[in-house]
Write a protein that binds this ligand. Structure first.
Ligand code: AMP
Length: 116
């Protein structure tokens, strides 16, 4: 799928609405439309990157910013002390369904391990 028909690029471009909790020049964080935890937020880069496999060496700071921002949002959402989970699925076997990388931030309930 190209960025022209990418669902999350539509959110970046403002063509599709989202419940945005934070944004800056490089990323956007918004609430998942089908939450699997009381708090379920997705963090995406503004730039279209289809999967983790497409990340380049120069994307190290972008990936770091996704994680640091997730930690800050988790704190703002009151999740830091109890704990939370961040996940990035890569390709079909891992359950990726939207091919624009996104970090899931989930919290507000106890979670099991290993995941399914
Ligand atoms: P994944 O299966 O890891 O690719 O995760 C994709 C996530 O995107 C799922 O949790 C969906 O519920 C979520 N999602 C799909 N469309 C939207 C949307 N328009 N707004 C917010 N979240 C969405």
């Amino acid at each position: 799928m190209s960025e022209h028909d990418c669902l999350f690029c539509k959110i970046v471009n403002g063509d599709l609405g989202a419940d945005i909790v934070y944004e800056n020049e490089s990323l956007i964080a918004f609430r998942d439309i089908n939450p699997i935890a009381p708090t379920h937020i997705l963090l995406i880069p503004r730039r279209h990157v289809a999967t983790m496999n497409d990340l380049q060496d120069g994307d190290a700071s972008l990936v770091g910013e996704l994680f640091l921002t997730a930690a800050r949002i988790a704190a703002n959402e009151g999740l830091a002390e109890d704990g939370y989970r961040v996940v990035m699925n890569c390709n079909e076997a891992a359950g990726q369904s939207v091919f624009h990388i996104h970090l899931h931030l989930m919290g507000g309930r106890a979670m099991t391990w290993p995941p399914g």
